[in-house]
Design a protein around this ligand. Structure first.
Ligand code: GRF
Length: 212
């Protein structure tokens, strides 16, 4: 079967950030845009949590925000359909999941194929799912890290865009490791978004090529 090739667009991008918590990755991406390091703007910060600190931060930064309560929808599909509708209205080019604690349904993934990124606090495919830093400490690995990847239907399994390696020390706790990983997250997530809108990410099969 012939492989479909996806190439990210070279343009001034319109980005939506989806978050559920403190929003430090959102902040790193927004700072990079404000400093002119990324050719894109954030057109929406969305949350499933009304009281997410990241949502408050977005308001303070003068960005448009939206909260939809999952409980007021009959099922996950209709919730995601409502989000997709908002994103389409805003002509969003790229969706950045930044600590968004909900699993994206296939409907959402298919509407934005190769247009959704996520950051995961481990070197995927190791330690997918929740508490990745705790999993790494408990397993006893010497290195862990962070991964930015495209979101496909299967959780934490889409094509890998960038990774950063972080050492794990013998006396590390989940918290100390998480802190060291987070520093790297704040570097590689904005970098991945930058590459995206420079038109330099090509997805072939499940591999991402970074073009010169
Ligand atoms: C980060 O550790 C990220 O890797 C994970 O959720 C956390 C979000 O942190 N997906 P923040 O809300 O961006 O500060």
């Amino acid at each position: 079967m012939e492989e479909k090739v996806f190439r990210s667009p070279k343009k001034r991008g319109r980005v939506a950030v989806l978050l559920s918590g403190r929003g430090s990755n959102f902040r790193a991406i927004h700072d990079a845009m404000s400093e002119g390091r990324i050719n894109a703007e954030i057109v929406l910060v969305f949350s499933n949590k009304a009281d997410a600190p990241g949502l408050q931060m977005a308001r303070e930064r003068g960005l448009d925000t939206l909260h939809l309560d999952p409980k007021s929808f009959p099922d996950k599909e209709s919730y995601d359909a409502a989000i997709v509708e908002e994103l389409k209205k805003l002509k969003v080019d790229l969706v950045c999941l930044a600590g968004y604690m909900k699993i994206i349904t296939p409907l959402f993934c298919q509407a934005y194929r190769n247009q959704i990124m996520n950051i995961h606090p481990a070197l995927l495919p190791s330690f997918p799912g929740l508490h990745a830093q705790r999993q790494a400490v408990e397993y006893g690995v010497r290195y862990s890290g962070a991964t930015v990847h495209f979101v496909w239907e299967e959780v934490d399994a889409g094509p890998i865009i960038l990774q950063a390696v972080v050492p794990v020390y013998q006396d590390d706790t989940e918290e100390t490791l998480a802190e060291r990983i987070l520093e790297q997250e704040h570097k590689i997530y904005p970098e991945a978004v930058r590459l995206y809108f420079e038109g330099r990410l090509e997805v072939r099969g499940r591999k991402v090529y970074i073009l010169d």
